[in-house]
Design a protein around this ligand. Sequence first.
Ligand SMILES: O=C(O)c1ccccc1N[C@@H]1O[C@H](COP(=O)(O)O)[C@@H](O)[C@H]1O
Length: 198
Amino acid sequence: MYVKICGLSEPEHVATAVEAGADAIGFVLTRSPRRVTPERAAELAALVPGHVLTVGVFRGEDPETVREAVLASGVRGVQLHGKHPHRDFTALKDLGVRLVRAVDAQADLRCGAYDEDLLIVDAPHAGSGQPWDWAAVRGRPSGHWLLAGGLDPANVGEAIAAAGPWGVDVSSGVESAPGVKDSALIEAFLRAVGKIGG
Ligand SMILES: O=C(O)c1ccccc1N[C@@H]1O[C@H](COP(=O)(O)O)[C@@H](O)[C@H]1O
């Protein structure tokens, strides 16, 4: 199970996620309680070993704005959330980063349909922490796709059983308050998906 922990802003939580086995770490570079500057993302990304993918999260920005933030932060992946057209992905191809398309269940759920490397199927309101009908997408997405939206250490097992994803993505469910990550919850989430024993 591939696991992305999103919305990190403190070195302590980056270290916890890496040590506990996260495959990808997200830095929110768009409007959000979790927003960090590209410069802060660069400081945090420098703490992440090469086998863990660093991802910048965007929603609605034009490709030039995304490009500048990627170059300033050094993230190795770009997550475009919401209704970005295919041409936005095409415009970023030459950056050589992993492209991640994050959409709700109403969208085209074929991974690669927009030339992306990874698909995230999320709740209608991204980053809200609200669970949704995960079972509704069972069997629909194809390829490498992550389930997101309202996951937490207590429900992620049920969510995986319901939707059958290739991986999972979490933000609110590993926080003690909006935008405040909690190391114990990050570890609990990674334990719940089998990344750490015990
Ligand atoms: O986390 C945010 O604040 C955010 C803002 C804008 C776009 C995407 C955002 N997060 C993404 O939302 C899901 C996780 O949601 P949840 O909080 O676990 O319910 C994940 O894909 C994040 O990358």
